[in-house]
Design a protein around this ligand. Structure first.
Ligand code: 4NP
Length: 157
């Protein structure tokens, strides 16, 4: 059965589009594309309709990943529509949990920090690169690349 995966950050122009791109690249490489529907969204709506930040697109492209997504703001219905929701940091986690009215809802267990799947990093959160330099964008891809292998392994086993 197809699994629906949603990546979430604040603006949906840096980290979560990159996560979507890395995930799609990896499932393509592993011939698993038919098993997944993949999307991303932001908890904030400032950049709705925009392509990913040019710095993030360029960094992803340097790793062979073309980011095509347009920013959108998360909707409450996404929490029910998607099977797995991976957030970049604790602010995103709290923002999504605040949309859930019933604290006992099974939706709570769908939402996880993406770096909880990391194999090699001790970091808990993917740092927001928006106000920093180029190395922040490289770091985003490095962290996501590592965590995505763990995520995909957990989803197919
Ligand atoms: P993202 O990065 O959450 O990884 O997409 C940001 C993008 C935009 C802003 C903040 C973070 N902003 O303040 O506009």
């Amino acid at each position: 059965m197809v699994k629906k995966i949603l990546f979430v950050c604040l603006g949906n122009i840096c980290r979560s589009p990159a996560a979507e791109g890395v995930f799609k690249q990896k499932i393509k490489e592993r011939d698993l594309e038919k098993l997944f529907v993949v999307d991303s969204a932001g908890t904030g709506g400032w950049h709705v309709g925009n392509l990913a930040d040019p710095r993030m697109r360029e960094t992803a492209l340097s790793r062979g990943i073309e980011l095509m997504s347009r920013s959108r703001k998360i909707e409450e219905s996404d929490l029910y529509e998607f099977d797995h929701i991976l957030v970049m940091d604790n602010d995103n986690l709290y923002a999504l949990k605040s949309l859930i009215k019933d604290p006992e809802s099974p939706v709570n267990s769908k939402i996880k920090l993406i770096l909880s799947y990391s194999k090699n990093s001790q970091l808990e959160e993917v740092p927001d690169p928006y106000y920093g330099g180029q190395n922040g964008f490289d770091k985003v891809i490095d962290l996501l690349d590592d965590a995505m292998d763990g995520l995909i392994d957990s989803l197919i086993n």
